[in-house]
Each structure stands twice: as C-alpha cells, then as structure tokens.
Design a protein around this ligand. Sequence first.
Ligand SMILES: NC(=O)c1ccc[n+]([C@@H]2O[C@H](COP(=O)([O-])OP(=O)(O)OC[C@H]3O[C@@H](n4cnc5c(N)ncnc54)[C@H](OP(=O)(O)O)[C@@H]3O)[C@@H](O)[C@H]2O)c1
Length: 316
Amino acid sequence: MRYRQLGSSDLQVSEISLGSWLTYGVGVDAENAAACVHRALDLGINLIDTANIYGRGAAESFLGAVLSGVPRSKYIIATKLFFPMTETDRGLSRAQVEKQLDASLKRLRVDVIDLYQCHRHDPDTSIDETMLALTDAVKAGKVRYLGFSEWPADRVREAMAVGGAEKFVSSQPQYSLLWRQPEREIIPLSRDNGISQIVWSPLAQGVLTGKYAPDAPPPPGTRATSEEMGGWIDRWMQRPVLEAVQRLKPLAAEARLTLGQLALAWVLKEPNVASAIIGASRPAQVEENAAASGAQVDPALFAEAERIVGEALGRA
Ligand SMILES: NC(=O)c1ccc[n+]([C@@H]2O[C@H](COP(=O)([O-])OP(=O)(O)OC[C@H]3O[C@@H](n4cnc5c(N)ncnc54)[C@H](OP(=O)(O)O)[C@@H]3O)[C@@H](O)[C@H]2O)c1
C-alpha cells in the first residue's frame, strides 16, 4: 500500500481507504463487515470513512466496536455531520457541531476524530458560526483536521476567509471515470489551498468492476439487487453506461489489472486525490481493490478509457 499526504495536514493516508456507507452496520452482515475492516487494516489501509448519518449511527457504532481492539495509531478515522439525525437535529450550527461531535466520539469509542467533515454545506447557518465551532472542536482536542464534502466552490472560499478559523485539509467529492465533475472547480481550488480529495464511489458503486452486463439481470448478492443498499445505483444501470464499461475490459487486460483496479488507478492518477474510498461487501473485494495502489498504467490506456466513457455518457 502506498500513502499520500492529506492536504496541509500531517496525515499520511493510504491510497485506498475503506468506507461504510450502506454497508457496515446496515446492509452487510456483521461477520463479513468485520472481516472487511480487519483485512483492510492488514493490507495497510489506514483511512476509514464513515458518517453519523450512515445507518443513523449504526455504521459508527459498528466501527467503534470492531476497532476497539485495534491500536489507535493503526487507523485514521474520518466521520461527518450535516444530514438529519432526528426531526430536529440537522445542519452545521454551533449547537449541532457540539452535539453531533460528542455523539460520534462516543459511538466510535475514540477521544479524537482525525478528520471531521461537513457532509454538505448548510445554507441556513452562517459560515462563521460553523467554522468557528469546528475550530473550537480542534482547540478542545476532539478533532484533528477538518474537511468538507460536496460543497460549492464559493462556499469553500467563504470558509477559507473566516478569520481565526482552522483551514480545511480535505474535500470528499464523488469522482470516477463516470463522474468527473470535480475536475472543473473543486480540484483546481483545492490544489491551490492545501486541500486533497478523498473520493467517494470510485467504482461507481461496483458498476466500474464490469460485473453488471447490459443484457442480463444483476448478479445475485450485488448492490443492484439489494433492497437495503440498491437505492442509489440506478443512475449507472443504463444500457449505454453498462455497454461502455464492458468495452473497458480489454484495456484493463492490457494493463494486467482487473477492471475495478483500472478504475481505481485512473482516480489515483490525479495527484490532488489522496485516497479512493472504496466500499466492500466481502474481504476479497478489499484485497482486489487494495492492489490497485501503485499500479502503473500506460497513459494511452487511460485516454482511451476516457474516450469510451465520454462517448457513452453523451448518449446516456
Ligand atoms: N460524502 C458523500 O456524500 C458520500 C456518498 C457516498 C459514499 N461516500 C463514501 O464513499 C465510500 C465508498 O462509496 P461506495 O460504496 O459507493 O464505493 P464503490 O467502491 O464505488 O462501491 C462499493 C461497492 O461496489 C462493490 N465492489 C467493490 N469492490 C468490488 C470488487 N472488487 N468486485 C466487485 N464488486 C465490488 C461492492 O458492492 P456489492 O458487492 O454489494 O455489489 C461495494 O460495496 C462510502 O462507504 C462512504 O464512506 C461518501
């Protein structure tokens, strides 16, 4: 496993990290989920991503239990706040930062959260209130570094201008061969301001592994067939997309990688990406995905992959 510096922080994060959206504490059985986490740590994955909203606390509680026997120096825990935890608990007000942070610390069974991320921006709270509350959390020793996820670039600029506030070190956007939107604004802005990307759904929820054939029903046991986990994958389950993904397979073979590994290596070719956050429903997936770290791929293969996908998305 290779490591990259996370923005202006002193954290060295693994190029492949492990996320827990839909999976741990929710759709994947506890035994498999624990096996995935332990396999990840064994393979040198040190960044684990979660959020208070994943399973409304269940993902954090699961990780807290599984990681309780692991030395704290072996993992970097990243969590998030913003989405509604109850009818009245949502957003990024000072009161919510204080309340949600304490709840996350408790569920995760840690004294400090390494990376505390604002899951979305909060148009109903002043940026000063949010940033100064987060800064106080850092000063109190409850949080080491701050990040944001899917904020508009202007809101990030506003946050950076708050006097006396801690600076963001990470951005968590969706980024994959199928979704390249961060290249427009967020990556250039981040590059200039000590911010790295840790990207979500780098495999487009499994679609970029090539396991969904355009002419066959989704294989049993996959996210697309899951009642608990399949609610967000439809946008990629369209014929032009699935056909294009099949056309990437010879490129992966030429690179001597699986298609999923090629997709992860593509994300990691961007120097501003510090880590690709994968999901995994079984340990073998963690192994396959972790092996994408350090893969050397001919840039001409990446260019061809981009061309194939670009053409297909134009038609999707
Ligand atoms: N900030 C945000 O708003 C946001 C939003 C979404 C996600 N995230 C973060 O990003 C993380 C990753 O998101 P994601 O789960 O969508 O990532 P992903 O890596 O694109 O998809 C993960 C899913 O793909 C399948 N898969 C993974 N590796 C595979 C392999 N080698 N072969 C075959 N299938 C494989 C598995 O599903 P099946 O085996 O069930 O098919 C797995 O659960 C989340 O856990 C979360 O931490 C953040």
